[in-house]
Design a protein around this ligand. Sequence first.
Ligand code: MG
Length: 254
Amino acid sequence: MTMKSSADFEKMKIAGAVVADVHAAVREAAAPGVTMLELDAIAHEVIRNADCRPSFLGYHGFPASICTSPNEVIVHGIPDRYKLQDGDVLSVDAGAIYDGWHGDAAFTMAIGEVPEPVAELIKVTEEGLWAGIAASQPGNRLGDVGAAISAVAAPHGYGVVREYIGHGIGRQMHEAPDVPNYGKPGKGLKLKPGMAIAIEPMFNLGTAETKVLDDGWTVVTGDGKLSAHWEHTVLITKKGPVVSTLPEPMLVSA
Ligand code: MG
């Protein structure tokens, strides 16, 4: 785990704002009939126009600038010719590099009308993310973060994915430490000013089990039920966690 200076954090905020722009552009474009490849092209253009590079393109051979994960796909979906349909649930994960520093964030949206339990899955997964961010106060531990996230899922009976988790971030998209979406309060690494972590709960309507498809990337739910994924990059400062992957950085009090 490398500690970052405030100058490093400023660069991560620039990368993060570009990721927020990608999210806005993809959200605006995502509609029935639009393909995953079209969304990827939009994301790529936003990143390049901001003088950034896409974190994902070429990462261990990943062929695109964003991950597009529809319906039972949890994460790491490769943009393809699939056309969105009314009633789909789409997760989009994007990363940008500014002057060597990363921002990484994901959101899930409904395409058109979805049944109430599906809308609730999307909303509650986002709430899980914000509970994890609020728990990321300096002096708290990663167990506090994970426990806060899974406590949001528990009353709904959602499967909380365990095989894929959040991570440290900085000059690398993925750094130490691991940031699980479960844990014991008071346990794990203590958060200190200068750390940066990506928090990313994945909640499933059914089982927490996962499978990887033959392409070696696409992670789907074990039972084929829907999944949602939300993520922000979070900078730990003396004053508290600052979310960098928003149009403006946001300090979150406990
Ligand atoms: Mg991530």
